[in-house]
Design a protein. Structure first.
Length: 115
């Protein structure tokens, strides 16, 4: 199982970033895909999740109106479009795949939002 996450970086407050996570080594289209994040000194938290076919999405309350999760099963890729970024969005963002008891994590990509 391998994930290649990209798209993180430094952005000014109010800016946008698009994270990508390319997965391999498992049946991508049969897994629920999610993005989590972990800020320094804080626990890892769910950002957004998307169903296997992409027809259903879930967001943490504070990100619902600013972030959009999507997936392309033909490319084994899940995306996170982040708009109107705030300094409190600064964190390491992780790609996650889940199906029953099988859970896989990406290595994380750093997102830093300057004020």
């Amino acid at each position: 199982v391998q994930f290649v996450e990209s798209g993180g970086g430094l952005v000014e407050s109010g800016g946008s970033l698009r994270l990508s996570c390319v997965a391999s080594g498992f049946s991508f289209s049969t897994y629920v895909m999610s993005w989590y994040r972990q800020a320094p000194g804080k626990e890892r938290e769910l950002v957004a999740a998307i169903s296997t076919a992409g027809s259903s999405t879930t967001y943490a309350g504070s990100m619902k109106d600013r972030f959009t999760i999507s997936r392309d099963n033909a490319k084994n890729t899940v995306y996170l479009q982040m708009n109107s970024l705030k300094p409190e969005d600064t964190a390491v963002y992780y790609c996650n795949a889940r199906r029953a008891v099988s859970v896989y994590w990406g290595q994380g990509t750093q997102v830093t939002v300057s004020s």
